[in-house]
Design a protein around this ligand. Structure first.
Ligand code: ME8
Length: 526
């Protein structure tokens, strides 16, 4: 696999370790994982990187509140994020922690590369201005509002609602102001660089309003990567954090195999709150260091709960494990991918979750598999039956599965439109269920057993294709489907979706096991 398709490199944002993983983190992980899995199934050599962002004032303060040394605190919380990738069945190829040695090396190397390539772009000065610790971001006076913070105190607030504090300290600056035109030219030449378009417009208008130089080092705390050559300073956490995307593929070894194969990245998947850092700072740092820019930044929306923003103070923060315990892992993955549309905010409600899971998974795909395989097990000697001559209905269903499914699905996937990709796949599920109802194989059992065999064969073959195409979203359930059909592990990628690789008649199957149980509405609501 992967011999003649382009390598594909995709990343998530790396999570701050100042709190435990929540549903927003889980959503981003799953979104990125689904893309990575689709690409592998489509024959690409994929590198998928995720990790934790462990430096900066926010993490240092939280560690202090917990009475722990920053590194010990990070070690503890990073484990929760690593555990989340397992809980969610995330197929990341690497997990980077910014406190690793390799990352210190890469962060200092990019600093030095900027200095070597553009010596005027880093200069020593004094920062006097507003800083939001929660965003780890600098803000201009004009961007602030007056307001009350979560503790009820009056404050100047950043656009995110986080309080800002006045900072005055010696600092190294990055000459971002010199990149206004270069960035605008780059955006114009690469119209797909930022998606969705609304975010691209937001960034372009921000850049057009003129960029200020930014402070890229701090001296009033020490929890960070030391600035090379001046250890009184630590690097601004975002400069270090963004660099993770190249640390993960071996930077500063730009001649190394991983770097040559995977840079520039195909996709940085991030949330809408951190586009300024990814769409302005990161490209400017890379230009200054004379490195290539990533191909695409995709900013997803936020997951709200029952229509409200998730927040600790409201008390509606959902831990990913709770959803998995309630609905099952693949059900949770499916739900999030099906319910949230491209780049928009998504809403989570238990009521809606149950309806969706029951209709699409339990009654839709699950029931199709269960009734087909049970009939084969009972009525065909527990063997895939041999089909007789196909009629138009049979041919139509198989043609849909073999020839009219993968291409449109991949087209949606390439744009991160997983809700539409799933709608597309479920058209085949619905067609197959309608076909079962119309053909009524249970009636054919007495009337025309040979015809029954054909119908069951056509259904089993359709299920094989559905098992293959759904793997990226519901990996373990789809594997179970394919296991039940006795499909070899090396015959499960998209190149096997065609009539050439149809099911072998007479293959023995085991007694089928249900895949997506129906959720009891009353019990789950409680
Ligand atoms: O931003 N819904 O870390 P983070 C959807 N360390 N996505 C959400 C969300 C929600 N309710 N809440 C957060 C950081 N996210 C930085 C990134 S990258 C070099 C450094 C998303 O732990 C958020 O947008 O606050 C971000 O993409 C990711 O979760 C990690 O957020």
């Amino acid at each position: 696999m992967g011999a003649n398709k382009q390598p594909f490199y995709i990343t998530t944002a790396i999570s701050y370790v100042n709190g435990s993983p929540h549903l927003g983190h889980a959503y981003e992980q799953i979104l990125t994982d689904v893309m990575a899995r689709f690409k592998r199934l489509d024959g690409h050599d994929v590198m998928f990187l995720t990790g934790t962002d462990e430096h900066g004032q926010k993490v240092a303060k939280t560690a202090e509140k917990n009475g722990m040394a920053p590194k010990d605190f990070c070690d503890q919380v990073a484990q929760e994020f690593i555990a989340m990738t397992d809980q969610l069945n995330i197929s990341n190829d690497d997990f980077i922690r910014t406190t690793e040695e390799r990352h210190y090396k890469a962060s200092q190397a990019i600093w030095n590369a900027i200095k070597e390539n553009n010596p005027d772009d880093i200069y020593l000065g004094k920062y006097e201005g507003w800083y939001s610790v929660r965003d780890e971001g600098y803000f201009a006076e004009s961007e602030l509002t007056e307001g009350v913070d979560a503790d009820g105190n009056k404050h100047k607030l950043a656009p995110s609602g986080a309080p800002v504090e006045w900072v005055e300290e010696e600092s190294y600056f990055f000459r971002l102001s010199a990149y206004t035109d270069k960035l605008l030219d780059f955006f114009a030449a690469n119209p797909d660089f930022i998606e969705p378009e609304s975010r691209r417009n937001e960034i372009i208008s921000f850049v057009k309003s003129g960029l200020q130089d930014i402070s890229i080092s701090r001296t009033n705390f020490t929890w960070g990567v030391p600035v090379p050559g001046d250890e009184r300073h630590v690097m601004y956490v975002w400069l270090d954090a963004l660099t993770n995307y190249i640390t993960g593929i071996g930077y500063p070894e730009t001649g190394g195999e991983a770097y040559k194969k995977f840079w520039p990245a195909d996709y940085h998947v991030i949330g809408k709150d951190i586009i300024r850092f990814h769409c302005i700072y990161w490209p400017a740092f890379l230009m200054a260091a004379n490195l290539q820019l990533p191909k695409k930044i995709f900013a997803h929306g936020f997951i709200n709960v029952d229509g409200a923003k998730m927040s600790k103070s409201v008390g509606n923060v959902i831990a990913p494990q709770d959803l998995i315990d309630t609905y099952g892992l693949d059900q949770t993955r499916y739900l999030l991918m099906r319910e949230v549309s491209h780049g928009n905010d998504g809403n989570f409600s238990h009521e809606h979750a149950i309806t969706r899971i029951n209709s699409d998974l339990a009654n839709g795909l699950g029931n199709l598999v269960q009734r087909t395989l049970s009939m084969i097990h009972k009525n065909c000697d527990a063997q895939i039956p041999s089909p007789n001559e196909l009629n138009d209905d049979d041919k139509k269903l198989l043609d849909h599965a073999h020839n009219r499914l993968v291409k449109p699905v991949i087209e949606e996937v390439d744009q991160m439109r997983f809700n539409r990709a799933l709608e597309n796949i479920w058209r085949l599920v619905n067609d197959a269920n309608a076909y079962v109802d119309a053909q009524a194989p249970w009636a054919l059992k007495k009337e025309d057993p040979e015809r029954m065999k054909t119908v069951l064969y056509v259904l089993a073959e359709t299920i094989r294709v559905l098992g293959i195409i759904t793997q990226a979203v519901t990996p373990s359930s789809s594997s179970k489907m394919l296991d039940q059909l006795k499909i070899d592990a090396d015959k499960r990628d998209f190149s096997f979706i065609n009539s050439e690789h149809q099911l072998q008649p007479e293959t023995a199957i085991d007694k089928p096991q249900g895949i997506f149980p129906r959720l009891d509405t009353a019990e789950k609501a409680a």
